[in-house]
Design a protein around this ligand. Structure first.
Ligand code: ATP
Ligand code: MG
Length: 201
């Protein structure tokens, strides 16, 4: 019995120490500013995470915008929902880049969506802006990296930005406040299972 009491005491002391450390870190984190987040990696869950952030912000009555840089021709469940809640969408209407095979048309489509995004990134009435699949536009050279860095750097101080897509450029990762990499453990597609409405788009 005495043994158990000792264990309980040690447990309590350990938990108390953890609590003090966490409290100290929470107290130290006093800076208030909009965040720049990147969700990258090869696993599934990047866009769903980005849209989850938008849903979270909309739930708090915040103003949000979304730029979609690849899947414009898909009927996107999040868009159908979020537009009803006042979220502004800028959608690249050409669909998958590797389907169109036309660099000039793709560049033009990317540029025109990017122009709409830049307006949101310069407007301090937007609380959160999602740039879904933006990383590919930089990788393919449709949008200049420098332009992206500049627009995000110069955005309103309280505005948060989420960028999703595989292979985020090193400079974007350096600039971001929070970067998460989604790792592929396995994916249904590899077992020949079809993409599913409501889960995959
Ligand atoms: P989601 O939109 O489901 O969050 P994502 O944004 O992480 O996925 P994308 O690369 O944008 O991933 O691809 C979107 C589509 O491709 C989805 O239908 C998703 O299920 C599928 N997908 C994502 N990762 C993989 C993978 N590792 N293998 C096969 N298909 C994938
Ligand atoms: Mg995605």
């Amino acid at each position: 019995m005495a043994d158990q009491n000792q264990k309980d005491e040690r447990y309590k002391a350990r938990q108390q120490k953890i609590k003090e450390e966490v409290d100290a870190r929470v107290d130290a984190a006093q800076q208030e500013k909009g965040l720049f987040l990147i969700i990258t990696g090869n696993g599934k869950g990047k866009s769903t995470s980005g849209f989850g952030t938008i849903a979270r912000a909309v739930g708090h009555g915040q103003k949000c915008g979304v730029g979609q840089f690849i899947k414009g021709t898909w009927d996107c469940g999040e868009r159908a929902l979020l537009e009803q809640h006042g979220v502004n969408f800028a959608v690249m209407a050409t669909g998958f880049t590797w389907e169109t095979q036309n660099k000039e048309a793709d560049t033009q489509a990317a540029q025109s969506t990017w122009a709409e995004c830049k307006i949101m990134l310069a407007d301090d009435s937007y609380d959160v802006v999602l740039l879904d699949e933006l990383t590919y536009m930089v990788t393919y050279g449709y949008i200049e990296l420098e332009e992206v860095l500049e627009a995000i750097q110069n955005r309103p101080a309280m505005q948060s930005v989420v960028v999703t897509g595989r292979g985020a450029h090193r400079s974007l990762i350096e600039m971001a406040d929070t970067v998460s990499e989604v790792r592929n453990v396995k994916h249904a597609f590899e077992s020949g299972i079809k993409a599913r409405k409501g889960v995959d788009w």
